[in-house]
Design a protein around this ligand. Structure first.
Ligand code: SF4
Length: 292
């Protein structure tokens, strides 16, 4: 098991840690995954992100070839290569480099990882598309989301999203200027349409507030790692598992969300003394990979 000895966070990880800290430690720090786990929607979203990146760099034909070469087996009955090709065609015919704010925009960076230092660790995420206005030097970030529906309810979540506030703050810190545009590009898997949403500007005060959330999670992750640190600086994974399963705070209102139960419910429902054995029998380590 490869437990990092420093704290590495992403906006999604921070949001997850604030929902249930135990789930965050088990899945994002310890990389524990149920032996029968499937993440078809996440894997499909990753695939479409990569295909969209290829599209902006090399055009539709090369993006199509990318899908043919890398996605031949369905992730499940819904997330198939046929759907991916259909959505790529929708994307190629409807996507606009900059859907709002005029034509004078060029790609500043594409599919690039941005990292910012935080007290006790690092916050990192992958930029889908960052644009720069050639006249005004303003920056616009476009974030692609694959979604089951791009309806009014889907739209409502984004202006308050911690992930979006942290994207704004990270770009402001890295480039020394706040974002002028923060745009969600929604690829609707059900209707096969592309929707664009321009978010209101995130104030400096709200960005600072979101940064406090990162620092809070980083500090608690760091305290946990320090409690398990060996003399050579590495982490005693067995000790960390024990602490995660018995001493981290839980949030029972998060055990059932989006119509499915948390992967770790059998552990939280068991007596504390039984949990390590259940973890060893039913879960395995997988490198946590969704650092968005
Ligand atoms: S089962 Fe509930 S309390 Fe336990 S880790 Fe999952 S969300 Fe948290």
């Amino acid at each position: 098991m490869n437990v990092p000895n420093t704290v590495i966070l992403s906006p999604t990880r921070v949001a997850g840690a604030l929902k249930c800290f135990r789930k965050h430690v088990l899945s994002e720090v310890l990389g524990q995954t149920p032996n029968d786990a499937h993440q078809p929607a996440l894997d499909f979203g990753d695939m479409m992100h990569r295909a969209a990146g290829v599209f902006w760099l090399h055009g539709y034909d090369v993006a199509r070839e990318y899908l043919i070469a890398n996605f031949s087996t369905p992730f499940n009955e819904k997330h198939t290569p046929e759907l991916a090709h259909k959505l790529l065609a929708v994307y190629a015919s409807g996507a606009k480099l900059m859907p709002f704010g005029g034509d004078e925009w060029v790609i500043e960076t594409l599919e690039q990882r941005l990292s910012c230092d935080v007290p006790f660790g690092t916050l990192t995420f992958q930029i889908d598309r960052l644009l720069r206005n050639t006249n005004t030097q303003q920056l616009a970030l476009v974030d692609l989301k694959t979604a089951s529906r791009t309806d009014a309810r889907w739209e409502r979540q984004w202006p308050r999203s911690l992930q979006m506030k942290l994207y704004s703050e990270c770009v402001a810190r890295h480039y020394g200027t706040p974002l002028s545009w923060l745009i969600i590009e929604g690829l609707d898997k059900t209707k096969g349409v592309l929707a664009y949403l321009s978010l209101p500007e995130v104030s400096a005060e709200k960005r600072a507030e979101s940064w406090h959330a990162v620092e809070w999670v980083a500090r608690h992750d760091s305290q946990l790692l320090d409690a398990c640190r060996l003399p050579d600086g590495s982490i005693d994974a067995d000790r960390l598992i024990d602490l995660a399963l018995t001493q981290t705070p839980t949030n029972e209102s998060e055990c059932f969300t989006y119509g499915s139960q948390c992967d770790f419910l059998p552990l939280c429902d068991a007596e504390p003394s039984e949990r390590i054995a259940l973890l060893r029998a039913g879960y395995h380590y997988e490198q946590p990979k969704h650092l968005v």
